[in-house]
Design a binder for this molecule. Structure first.
Ligand code: ASP
Ligand code: MG
Length: 448
């Protein structure tokens, strides 16, 4: 069994949905995970925001506009009367459901129910299209098996048990219409799930990748394919740097570092389930299906600099205290405060009397600073960017740091972090230097 995930642009129009068929119709058994059509989740979030703000007229207008878009897609996608009418009911039902929230109270639960509609629509639309052109497929409801626990973490055991139970319903007995088609084609929704209370929830924005790797891990699949519009993970950010190239092979560790550090192609936590069950993840391009893309496996290449990535929106917090000198327990008291505010720390550097940490989620920063100030002095630097060089550099390997710093010699470095893992050297720079830093590293590390 393989898992194939297609993102929003790959189902972004009737035409793109039709093109998808070529990529999924082979006889191999597979589970196809789909995102919502591109723009839909944003539109649904905007509708939810208007409802929160009690701007129901605005919400109604947004709902009408989105429904109109889906009506257009429906008419373009189907040509037979049966599917046109099934599609019509589908669109009508989902939008009636969304509209029902304009009548009543609106809370976080309703918001999640609204956000789930995009994937429910896209999967059903593709399923009906396959039906129209005579390809058997099964619509697998993600809400029957995809689940997160009280800590919002996917519950892999639950997912495995329930997904297997769901699939069992479609074992091909001798009288099944699927017999002889070589296997089954399952279509399911990315992103959406249930939470510990059984309510509709989601795996956070961009979470369809996560759905795919969770399914791949739960079934110990042969391969997980993530189809996007880019030919794999690049050695540098192609939106900023001119000459970049796709990296053909990555280790899970390298991919995890890159995904977190802003390589938009993969959801940051989605590498973990695949790594846990050693299922290869392949990044492929819908627009160039024959291109090699990037394959992520356990295999760790040695001694190489693989790629550069950057993450914006970082705040550095400099914490200074005479009490830190020769003291133990100081860092614990600092970290405890971040823990209490559920704020992850990314980079850390220390000196004997000070420590600087970075965070990417400034939501609770005022409260954190207030508590820190009770026992140390605090300074903030906003608008920072982490530039991260990923590769495999063992401690014995000399020369990696010098290459990185030589490339960055004209750029002021706010923090440097090396040695945390064998896969990462990170520096923090003011965001205004990001472009220059990425270009300099492309030249210095890859001769481009
Ligand atoms: N549709 C969701 C989003 O836009 C999930 C995804 O596309 O991965 O965030
Ligand atoms: Mg995505």
């Amino acid at each position: 069994m393989k898992v194939l995930k297609f993102g929003g642009t790959s189902v972004g129009s009737a035409e793109r949905m039709k093109n998808l068929v070529a990529l999924i119709k082979s006889d191999e058994p597979k589970i196809v995970v789909l995102s919502a059509m591109s723009g839909t989740t944003n539109a649904l979030a905007e509708i939810a925001n208007s409802l929160y703000d009690r701007e129901n007229d605005k919400a109604k207008k947004l709902i009408d506009a989105l429904e109109k878009k889906y009506e257009g897609v429906r008419k373009e996608l189907y040509s037979k009367e049966a599917s046109l009418s099934k599609g019509k009911d589908l669109v009508k039902n989902h939008f009636e459901f969304i509209r029902s929230f304009t009548l009543d109270m609106f809370t976080a639960n309703e918001e999640k129910a609204i956000l789930a509609q995009g994937e429910l629509l896209s999967t059903a639309m593709v399923h009906y299209y396959l039906e129209e052109i005579g390809i058997n497929s099964v619509l697998l409801p993600a809400l029957n098996f995809m689940r997160i626990d009280e800590n919002d973490e996917p519950d892999l055991k639950y997912i495995e048990e329930n997904l297997k139970a769901e699939l069992k319903k479609y074992r091909t007995p001798s009288n099944s219409p699927h017999r002889g088609t070589g296997g089954l084609l399952f279509i399911t929704q990315g992103y959406i799930c249930r939470n510990a209370f059984g309510e509709i929830d989601n795996l956070k924005r961009g979470g369809s990748d996560y759905t795919a790797t969770l399914i791949g891990a739960a079934l110990a699949c042969e391969e997980i394919q993530i189809w996007t519009d880019i030919d794999g993970m690049h050695n540098n950010d192609p939106r900023i740097v001119d000459k970049t190239f796709p990296v053909t092979e990555l280790s899970f560790d390298e991919a995890a570092e890159l995904a977190y550090f802003g390589a938009k192609i993969l959801h940051p936590t989605c590498v973990l389930p695949a790594q846990k069950r050693k299922v290869p993840v392949r990044l492929l391009n819908t627009l160039q299906p024959d291109a090699k893309g990037t394959v992520i496996t356990e295999k760790t290449p040695t001694d190489r600099i693989t790629a550069v990535a950057a993450k914006d929106g970082i705040t550095a917090i400099n914490i200074k205290s005479a009490r830190m000198l020769l003291a133990y327990g100081f860092l614990r008291s600092v970290f405890e405060i971040f823990e209490r505010y559920k704020t992850p720390i990314d980079m850390i550097t220390t000196s004997e009397v000070a420590v600087t940490v970075t965070i990417d989620n400034p939501r609770n920063i005022d409260a954190i600073v207030k508590e820190l100030k009770e026992f140390c002095s605090v300074e903030l630097d906003k608008d920072q960017t982490i530039i991260c060089v990923v590769g495999s550099f063992t401690a014995e390997k000399q020369g990696v740091a010098v290459k990185v710093f030589d490339a960055l010699k004209n750029i002021p470095l706010r923090m440097i972090s090396y040695g945390g893992s064998e896969n990462n050297v990170s520096v923090l720079v003011e965001s205004k230097y990001k472009k220059e830093a990425l270009i300099a590293l492309n030249k210095g590390l890859f001769n481009l």
